[in-house]
Ligand binder design. Structure first.
Ligand SMILES: [Zn+2]
Length: 497
């Protein structure tokens, strides 16, 4: 701080995001993060106008005449824990970027559910290290994912944090803007943020974290309404947590930020947390779940009376390569079926080498863990092969660069399968339109997203049939072997208050 009078406000921007599935056997490596890295001017140009928190930081800073100091940004979606090497590397980059720059504030884009083999709360360590670097006077604020696992200790060194309101995360840029606006108002001396966080002791599987489902829909609206109707500054975030990270802070939390009013922050977070706690049983929607045979039968029944495709949702997949539904599709040949963005670099490379027009026989998918369903053999014609990247056009992550790596599309008649070398979850119609197809070309579409696909497919699809396969993201959390979760005070493991 201590900037000269008259100089423009200056804010550093950095991001490092991963949703750690601690049950997965493989780590997310430095190489994985480096493939998605941007820094300097590229960071700003790559996110300007995008539905990302950094996109929101940029919009507010440019509107308010705040000078931005871009440091580094990288992100992998949901995957195994970050390697300690990757963590040390990016935290080191943050600290090096903040060294010797005279900034008034630091805006961070973090997930909130990152772990490493030696850290169960990686974000707490990031906040603490950044605080040590910039000192007590510089403001540190962050945008966090709605699926962040938080408690007070995570956020001790942050001035304020802001979570997405919705899942699908259609409001990422808006969340970044909430953080940046709070930062600018704070630096101008208009407000002095304080926060409170309260945990209701509840975990939900990601499939039931969609904010279109009750009671979440009403709770989220309530949190937004409270902030909007408050006479003084108030921002409220409801975090659903990420249940596939076995950490002590796993599960819901409610966080309120106010202008110096600790009482209001505490009261707001407590009231919402108590409502969540009281509704705990209603978060589970087992009536929406199907097993494999009855789910497929249901989808076939719906398809008979509809022109639009039926989504078969393999929601328990965590790495993009589960094959439970692909195996059924190949065995039963239900109708024209699309399986977009199966992650299998080796199969993609074999088919790409055969080239467009070649007839190939491939063993695909099911390799990421023993729960991924095992490889399935398919035969078909290669109709696309090569490196593929594009800017997302769908409502989730609009404008963001999607880099699929070496990609192939195989047409087997009853089945059109796209295979990517980099993990990328199909959530919108880009998985078809980028290859000259439409969702409406198909009777059935196999997707793996938990909630984000709803932003596009609730209107594209005749129905969404959720099929609970035995992978690492099951709807029944009690089937997972949690060691660090506080089971004795967390629903559904315990009903004790
Ligand atoms: Zn999320």
């Amino acid at each position: 701080m201590n900037h000269q009078v008259g100089r423009r406000l200056r804010v550093a921007i950095a991001g490092f995001k991963l949703e750690s599935v601690t049950f997965l056997p493989n780590l997310t490596t430095l190489t994985d993060f480096q493939a998605a890295e941007c820094s300097g001017a590229t960071l700003i140009d790559g996110h300007r106008g995008a539905n990302t928190p950094v996109g929101g930081f940029i919009a507010v800073c440019e509107r308010e005449g705040v000078e931005m100091v871009p440091i580094v940004y990288t992100e992998v979606g949901a995957a195994g824990p970050a390697s300690d090497e990757a963590f040390d590397h990016y935290l080191g980059r943050f600290l090096a970027g903040l060294k010797d720059v005279d900034v008034d504030g630091v805006l961070l884009d973090l997930h909130g559910a990152m772990t490493t083999p030696t850290r169960m709360d990686a974000e707490a360590d990031i906040f603490a290290a950044v605080r040590r670097q910039v000192g007590a006077q510089t403001r540190i604020m962050a945008a966090l994912d709605y699926h962040a696992n938080l408690d007070e200790s995570t956020l001790l060194k942050a001035d304020a944090v802001f979570g997405y309101h919705f899942s699908p995360h259609i409001d990422q840029a808006e969340t970044g803007a909430r953080a940046a606006e709070c930062m600018v108002r704070t630096l101008r001396g208009e407000i002095d943020p304080v926060w409170a966080i309260v945990k209701p002791g509840l975990m939900v599987p990601s499939i039931f974290s969609a904010t279109s489902l009750e009671p979440l829909a009403g709770l989220v609206q309530d949190s937004i309404r409270r902030a909007r109707d408050c006479a003084s500054y108030l921002d409220v975030s409801v975090f659903a947590g990420f249940s596939y990270a076995d950490v002590p802070s796993c599960g819901f939390s409610v966080l309120a930020v106010t202008d110096g009013d600790r009482e209001l922050a505490r009261e707001t977070a407590t009231e919402l947390s108590e409502t969540i706690r009281a509704s705990r049983a209603a978060f589970s929607h087992t009536e929406l779940l199907h097993g494999i045979p009855d789910g497929i039968a249901e989808a076939v029944r719906i398809a008979e009376h509809n022109d639009r495709p039926v989504v078969l949702l393999e929601h328990a997949d965590r790495m993009g390569d589960s094959t439970y539904l692909l195996r059924e599709v190949v065995a039963r040949q239900l109708g024209r079926t699309a399986v977009p963005f199966l992650w299998d670099p080796q199969a993609a490379s074999i088919a790409a080498a055969a080239g467009v027009g070649a007839q190939v026989r491939l063993s695909v998918g099911g390799h990421s863990s023993e729960r991924a369903g095992g490889a399935v053999t398919i035969e078909g014609k290669v109709v696309f092969a090569g490196p593929k990247s594009y800017h997302v056009t769908g409502p989730y992550y609009t404008g963001r660069l999607a880099n699929l790596g070496n990609t192939v599309v195989i047409d087997a008649g009853f089945l059109v399968l796209s295979i990517t070398s980099r993990q990328f979850v199909a959530v919108d119609e880009d998985c078809f339109t980028q290859f000259g197809m439409r969702a409406s070309d198909f009777d059935f579409i196999v997707l793996r997203s938990k909630t984000h696909f709803r932003a596009a497919y609730e209107s594209l699809a005749a129905a969404i049939v959720i099929i609970d396969t035995p992978d690492w993201g099951p709807a029944d959390l009690t089937t997972l072997n949690y060691v660090h979760v506080a089971r004795d005070r967390t629903y559904p493991f315990s009903d004790a208050a």
